[in-house]
Design a protein around this ligand. Structure first.
Ligand SMILES: [Cu+2]
Length: 493
């Protein structure tokens, strides 16, 4: 069902409940573009704040991970009330764990509500995964302990309590989790000051510096976007570099905003990894589309820019439905002011991608808005976003998968008009097909845990459920869609 049809049905009087009237009012108050879409344009701040790089915590043991309320200097000369794992900052700890090591953290919840942590992309036991029902009450603690036994890659962590994930992640609770292994270390990729972990998230910030999170019903449909894009928790960051090759690990930790990343007209960069680590071979590109939850690992050579400056940017794109992709904007300013360090020679081969066994089962997941208003008494928790016409129900297991089986899962968004970045817990998958013009993208050649299914597309993924039995979830990583119930449970048995 198309969104405009949906709004129309609301408007013609099918909604009579009081809550529905309020919802409709908030809908009408919201600024809509001429085609009826909610879109929040990005406003570029002056790029004058130093880029903050999170401090690495290597192979942590019993790391005290306290999710708390604190004040952070998100925009210049203002203190913003945020949720964070760090005092007075939303630059959260960057965990670096060697493959084969045990990770442990003593988590304490001081958020004010129930919360937990999902270790996005990590293949760990179900009890450690941060299932949406496995929450810790405010004031409570939980010992996260799990072995890290997967290939090197850029993973991340964020809260996952059903219904509050979007607000808690938006308020600042997200960090990067890097797995390192020998295969990757042998490549001698740029490291130290030549490696930049970058977390992108957009916020709505009022003049007094307060973070706003108050999605209207229209924004539950599109996802909540802010006018200010933060990089590592700072608006308008500036960083000095040398005219040489840098490695950037970029995480889109935004609730709903998609970025079409690049460095401007005529420039190029090299993709070396995606969600689940290194690609097989380097991919030279000029843009990469990164939806919420996805990561990309790239090399950029600053010697290609002759003006002594460059920007990490987002370019216009067509895969965001009608609601986004119109605007180009800068994210991070680079001054190419330092003297060049040693050069870096890119290898022709990065990694070997083990082929998957043949699939023995195919499941199709149809992504759509609700088909009918019937049966929805409560407009406040109506769950408009559906997978196979179902809204998330913690009491219901939607799919049962046999441990060790290889399956193809099909995400069918052919009738939808919203982009849905689909994420599976508990496994890494391969993208084996996408209908339409785009096909499988260069950054999707390797292992993935989140894949953008744009409006009109059908995307096929394949994976082996090899590692851990238990209950996991598959959901949209547009966090407003997720909290709205666009999530199903699967059990590996
Ligand atoms: Cu979605």
């Amino acid at each position: 069902m198309k969104r405009r049809q949906f709004i129309y049905r609301l408007g013609v009087g099918s909604v009579t409940a009081v809550a529905g009237a309020n919802v409709l009012q908030s809908c009408m108050k919201h600024d809509m573009s001429p085609d009826g879409q909610a879109y929040v344009s990005v406003v570029e701040p002056p790029f004058s704040q130093p880029l903050s790089i999170a401090k690495s915590v290597v192979n942590p043991a019993n790391y005290p991970l306290v999710a708390r309320q604190t004040l952070a200097p998100v925009i210049k000369d203002k203190n913003t009330s945020v949720l964070s794992f760090t005092s007075n900052s939303i630059a959260n700890p960057l965990f670096r764990v060697d493959k084969g090591k045990q990770f442990s953290a003593q988590y304490t919840n001081q958020t004010g509500g129930k919360s937990n942590i999902h270790w996005h992309g990590l293949i760990i036991p179900a009890a450690m995964d941060g299932h949406p029902e496995a929450t810790i009450p405010n004031g409570g603690s939980f010992q996260f302990t799990f072995p890290v036994n997967q290939r090197a890659g850029t993973y991340w962590y964020h809260p996952h309590p059903h219904g509050a994930t979007a607000r808690q992640a938006y308020m600042g609770l997200a960090g990067m989790f890097i797995v390192q292994d020998e295969e990757e270390q042998q490549l001698g990729l740029p490291a130290g000051e030549y490696e930049l972990p970058l977390i992108l998230s957009d916020k709505r910030i009022s003049a007094d510096g307060a973070l706003q999170y108050n999605p209207s019903m229209e924004e539950v449909m599109t996802g909540f976007m802010g006018e200010t894009v933060l990089v590592n928790g700072v608006a308008g960051p500036y960083h000095e570099v040398a005219p040489t090759v840098y490695r950037m690990r970029i995480l889109n930790a935004s609730n709903a905003r998609i970025y079409n990343l690049g460095f401007g007209t005529g420039s190029s960069f090299t993709l070396i990894g995606g969600d689940g680590g290194l690609l097989d071979t380097p991919q030279k590109v000029s843009q990469v589309l990164l939806s919420p939850g996805e990561r990309v690992d790239l090399l950029v050579d600053f010697s290609q820019f002759s003006q002594g400056k460059a920007f990490l940017r987002s370019e216009p794109f067509n895969e965001g439905g009608q609601a986004q992709g119109r605007q180009a904007f800068n994210l991070l300013s680079f001054g190419i002011t330092k003297s060049a360090g040693s050069g870096f020679n890119l290898p022709t081969t990065l990694s070997t991608l083990t082929p998957l066994p043949a699939a023995t089962n195919t499941r199709t997941f149809t992504l759509d808005m609700m088909e009918t208003m019937a049966g929805h008494g409560s407009m406040g928790s109506m769950g408009m976003h559906r997978i196979n016409q179902k809204v998330y129900d913690p009491a219901r297991v939607d799919e049962v998968v046999k441990k060790g089986d290889t399956e193809v899962w099909v995400f069918d968004n052919s009738k939808g008009d919203e982009p849905h970045p689909m994420h599976l817990h508990g496994v890494q998958f391969r993208v084996i097909g996408r209908t339409g013009q785009r096909g499988v993208q260069p950054h999707e050649r390797g292992w993935k845990d989140t894949v953008l299914v744009a409006p009109g597309e059908i995307v096929k993924i394949q994976m082996t459920f090899a590692d851990h039995a238990g209950r996991f979830v598959v959901h949209c990583h547009n966090l407003e869609h997720e909290d709205d119930g666009m999530m199903l449970q699967f059990e590996i048995k």
